[in-house]
Design a binder for this molecule. Structure first.
Ligand code: PEP
Ligand code: MG
Length: 591
């Protein structure tokens, strides 16, 4: 039966493929294809892991003390029975042989299928056996991970016929897990949780594949292997589409691929407006390897390197100074003399250090994580970690143009502490004989207080970068990761526009650099408005650069500036911008 699920569009385009349901807790399980000639070996690896677990359970059972409650032995029997059930390994085997999934992936795919069957059982006792099944799968996954000398199958090139594109469906994906899907087998994402600028959505956008978040129940309604269309422009998901609908979307998919190819030809065209203003189009990156895509997309620098992704998923062990230095140096060298703006670690809120999903965070962790110990607050609370990061950043400055950016600044006292720490770090590097050059210091404007007191901050820094994702969140008191209030998260809100406009104007008047690195910078719907406000430096995901560049090339910044007041004074800025700024684009006279 065909049906639709509605969510929030976060990454454009159309994806058509089969659903792969992954439980949030198992998103980090490896997903890769196994080469045809290794399928039997992969299935044997699974069977060996199963046998190892069976052996372990038999031993546990044999060693149960005489007086152990008999439920314990019964429980071990249930686990053994599940383990030997044909639906378990036989089902997983099918995923291996028919779909070429690796053993871990096959096991989690089969778990999803069986878990649904348990959910539908009438009998309470049987329904509750789902938890046992999950424990058994957990044990086998553990055995696969620990199998000595039992090398997993090599990752296959996509080398077998009949392969369908795969779309990942999960209740929630933590940003740290999302990052692992760069260059993965998935061609699209659907999650139940999340808002348009949640970090999971931001990473999905950086992967440049269609994604819809905040669907609330896609992971419950969609079945493993269902045919699914993701409409990343409208934010809808069509499950089991009819042939006519499928054909229509295949047509749209081809159109959007052609459009991308057309825009990609702008790669080497300088971003200059019709009236001769040069615009910097920089890239937002999460990993040094992303710098390559930035250069390929025609970025003229990195405007935001979200360094926190180097700190995640490490089970408490933070990256050393040398490890960080190597990462920053790699990004700087890849950018070949173009500036690289490294933001100090911004963990906390929806970017926890360890693997917590947004839901777990919201319900189990901190009361108000977005207002808690995140970003610079955390760095200043961990001075030796902060100094270590600054040393690594300064050392990278010997290899190219590095700029230092501090997130979530709200107090002058924080800026003073940062400057003091920078002085200390420079002294340490000099004493240790490490080379470094001058590094410009910038702060992010993402808390309204910082925007309101900007003239004071500007006395101490070289540049500012406006983080519109958080600025909107804190100005409107809307959790950016919460789909329940996503409809109120409004970049067009007059208060938000005023703060952005004031910040740009004040920074320019003080002769300091100003850029926007939040999602608004990469959304072509805002390019003309930001140009009208005087913005000349934008930073965005590399994939968004061509579309924004196209808008820049067609813009007349002076004529746009003349229309700005009418937009800012309007009760309906969006409608007015559509009318006023679009008419400038069309070349109509400005009054
Ligand atoms: C922002 O808040 O706009 C920003 C760029 O930082 P992040 O999205 O990483 O919080
Ligand atoms: Mg931010």
């Amino acid at each position: 039966m065909s049906f639709q699920v509605f969510g929030i569009a976060v990454s454009r385009g159309v994806a058509i493929g089969r659903a792969v349901l992954v439980a949030s807790s198992r998103v980090d399980v490896a997903h890769y294809f196994v080469a045809t000639d290794q399928l039997h070996a992969e299935f044997d690896r699974l069977l060996r892991a199963r046998d190892a677990v069976a052996q372990e359970l038999e031993t546990l059972k044999a060693e149960l003390p005489e007086d152990a409650p008999h439920e314990l032995a019964a429980l071990l029997d249930v686990h053994l029975m599940l383990l030997h059930d044909e639906a378990f390994t036989g089902g997983a085997g099918q995923w291996i042989f028919e779909r070429h999934y690796n053993a871990e992936w096959a096991l989690s795919a089969q778990l999803e299928v069986l878990a649904r069957q348990f959910d539908e059982m009438e009998d309470d006792y049987l329904r509750e056996r789902k938890a046992d099944l999950e424990q058994v799968v957990e044990r086998v996954l553990g055995a696969l991970a620990h199998a000595q000398g039992d090398a997993p199958a090599t990752v296959a090139a996509r080398d077998f016929a009949g392969e369908d594109p795969l779309l990942l469906v999960a209740a929630d994906i933590a940003p740290a897990d999302m990052i692992q899907f760069k260059r993965s087998v998935f061609r699209g994402f659907i999650t139940d949780i999340g808002g348009k600028t949640s970090h999971t959505a931001i990473v999905a956008r950086s992967l440049d594949i269609p994604a819809v978040v905040g669907t609330r129940e896609a992971s419950r309604l969609i079945m493993q292997d269902d045919w699914v269309i993701i409409d990343g422009d409208a934010g809808t998901v069509i499950v089991n589409p009819s042939p006519i609908v499928l054909e229509e979307y295949r047509f749209r998919q081809r159109q959007s691929e052609l459009e991308r190819a057309r825009l990609a030809r702008l790669r080497h065209t300088p971003a200059v407006t019709l009236d001769g203003e040069h615009i910097e189009l920089h890239a937002n990156i999460e990993m040094p390897a992303d710098a390559e895509a930035a250069v390929a997309a025609g970025a003229t620098g990195v405007g935001l390197f979200r360094s926190e992704f180097l700190f995640m998923n490490r089970e408490g062990e933070l990256p050393s100074e040398d490890e960080q230095f190597a990462a920053y140096k790699a990004a700087v060298e890849a950018m070949k003399g173009m500036p690289v703006t490294i933001r100090t670690v911004d963990v906390g809120a929806d970017k926890p250090l360890d693997r917590l999903t947004a839901n777990e965070l919201r319900h189990e962790h901190v009361l108000n994580p977005a207002m808690g110990l995140r970003a610079i607050r955390w760095s200043l609370a961990e001075p030796s970690m902060f100094r270590q990061q600054l040393r690594a950043i300064y050392r990278a400055s010997a290899f190219g143009k590095v700029r230092l950016l501090i997130p979530m600044v709200a107090h002058l006292s924080e800026v003073r502490q940062i400057l003091e720490t920078v002085r200390k770090v420079q002294q340490q590097l000099t004493d240790a004989g490490h080379a470094y050059t001058r590094v410009e210091l910038g702060v992010m404007i993402e808390i309204p207080a910082a925007a309101v007191m900007l003239p004071l901050l500007l006395r101490h820094v070289d540049f500012v970068s406006i983080g519109t994702n958080d600025l909107i969140q804190y100005t409107l008191a809307i959790d950016r990761a919460d789909e329940a209030v996503a409809h109120l998260y409004d970049p067009w809100h007059p208060a938000v526009l005023q703060l952005i406009h004031q910040s740009i104007a004040q920074a320019r008047a003080a002769g300091k650099g100003v850029s926007v690195c939040g999602e608004m910078a990469g959304d072509p719907d805002f390019t003309e408005l930001l140009l009208a406000m005087g913005l000349r430096s934008f930073s965005m995901h590399p994939s968004q650069i061509p579309a924004v560049k196209q808008r820049v090339l067609r813009a007349d910044s002076q004529r746009l500036a003349m229309a700005l007041t009418r937009v800012l004074d309007s009760e309906d800025p969006r409608g007015t911008a559509d009318k006023e700024l679009a008419s400038v684009r069309a070349g109509a006279p400005v009054h």
